[in-house]
Design a protein around this ligand. Structure first.
Ligand code: F3S
Length: 395
């Protein structure tokens, strides 16, 4: 199969639109050739991951700086969480050194015209595609949410390929951009009532582990909030690499229903909870907001913390997007949270901030946060409802 390019795309590849655009087009066309795409397609929105200096390092920063010399984003582009709150990092215990380097990363993106708000829930703050729209997103939970809940179409991009899409406004048409690759393969029947975000995270853990990369079709869930669906999206993508799911009566499905059925019961959920609960976890860190918290979640947490005090020796991070934090400030939620001794942290999260060695045990409502706390930071973990997390913080 030959990858056909338009006149403008050929010009980008020939360097007529600058050095960075040429490099970006080389990445897009190489991917297209590897995956047998016949053409490139325009994307209307990009979300770039790999923003934390903690993950990028000096080599990554050098690459970005080079691209920023003459590269400019052609479509709406936002960033995944960075390693720190870009304004209040100092009070969260981030070092000057790290902060300086993280800021250099953000500056490079800003030079490219990227909207430098750093969040894994861009769909809550204005980077919201519509059903059927082609996009190029990188953060796994956001990819899963946008493909499944919104019905937009994206592959799970890497940091460089997402940036390449931002600079060219294109992606290669393969994988989940083609409707024949979006068909469900295994049906999962959920025979238990799911209550809170932690339950949805546990369901994602179970389905992710069982399904791997096959596309699940989930039945038996009568109702799910945006917050619960973002928790499920994060978890199923983390534990299984799933970039798309169908949930009957909840998501906009255009798929046949698979015959092969697996059943999920309360016992399975209890088993998953046991898996994510480490014995003798000494909880000194409580983090809620993975994926980044919505204003509704923050309002509820502010009420729970109002008039209370976080116990000595415990640190609480509620992580969210900067525009959501600004709204929380305006509404008085920030004051309630911070007066209690908890932190409302924007732009960052407990997985990408440099937290290794600072804590020993994490309590969270997020199955995904458990995965990274254990793997990257070597924390022990416990998964609970948001309410139980806050109770633990102030007890
Ligand atoms: Fe988002 Fe960080 Fe969780 S990127 S999904 S808050 S691990």
């Amino acid at each position: 199969m030959v990858l056909e390019l338009t006149k403008e795309e050929k010009e980008m590849l020939d360097g007529k639109h600058g050095k960075a655009t040429r490099k970006a087009m080389e990445i897009i066309t190489t991917l297209g050739e590897i995956y047998g795409a016949e053409r490139l397609i325009p994307v209307s929105s990009v979300q770039i991951a790999g923003v934390s200096y903690h993950n990028l390092g000096e080599a990554g920063l050098e690459y970005l700086s080079e691209m920023a010399e003459d590269g400019r984003a052609r479509v709406l582009t936002t960033l995944n969480p960075a390693g720190m709150d870009l304004s209040e990092w100092k009070k969260h215990g981030i070092s000057e050194d790290f902060a300086e380097n993280q800021q250099r990363v953000i500056d490079a993106f800003e030079r490219m015209g990227v909207i430098t708000t750093c969040t894994c829930t861009p769909y809550l703050i204005g980077n919201l595609p519509h059903y059927g729209e082609h996009i190029a997103w990188a953060e796994s939970s956001a990819v899963c949410f946008s493909n499944s809940v919104i019905g937009a179409l994206t592959n799970r991009e890497g940091g460089p390929s997402a940036l390449a899409s931002a600079l060219t406004g294109r992606t290669a048409e393969y994988g989940l951009h083609l409707k024949e690759n979006r068909v469900a393969q295994v049906k999962y029947e959920v025979r238990t009532e799911l209550k809170e975000t932690d339950d949805f995270g546990l369901l994602g853990y179970i389905i992710g582990e069982r399904t791997g990369k096959t596309i699940p079709y989930i039945v038996g869930i009568e109702h799910a909030t945006t917050e619960q669906l973002k928790s499920f999206s994060a978890s199923v993508a983390t534990y299984g690499g799933v970039a798309l799911f169908h949930m009957e009566k909840i998501t906009p499905n255009r798929t046949s229903v698979p015959d092969k059925t697996e059943v999920i019961t309360r016992d399975d959920l209890n088993g998953a909870r046991t898996e994510l609960d480490d014995e003798k976890a000494d909880i000194d860190f409580i983090s809620v907001g993975c994926p980044h918290a919505s204003i509704k979640e923050i309002a509820a947490i502010a009420e729970m913390l109002d008039g209370k005090q976080v116990t000595d020796g415990k640190t609480v991070w509620i992580t969210t997007a900067k525009p959501t934090k600004d709204l929380a400030i305006k509404m008085g939620f920030y004051d309630k949270i911070e007066k209690a001794g908890a932190f409302l942290v924007a732009d960052a999260c407990c997985a990408v901030a440099p937290l290794k060695g600072r804590f020993t045990g994490l309590m969270t409502d997020s199955a995904k946060a458990c995965f990274y706390a254990r793997g990257k930071n070597k924390f022990k973990t416990e998964i609970r409802t948001v309410e139980e997390c806050i109770k633990e913080a102030v007890s």
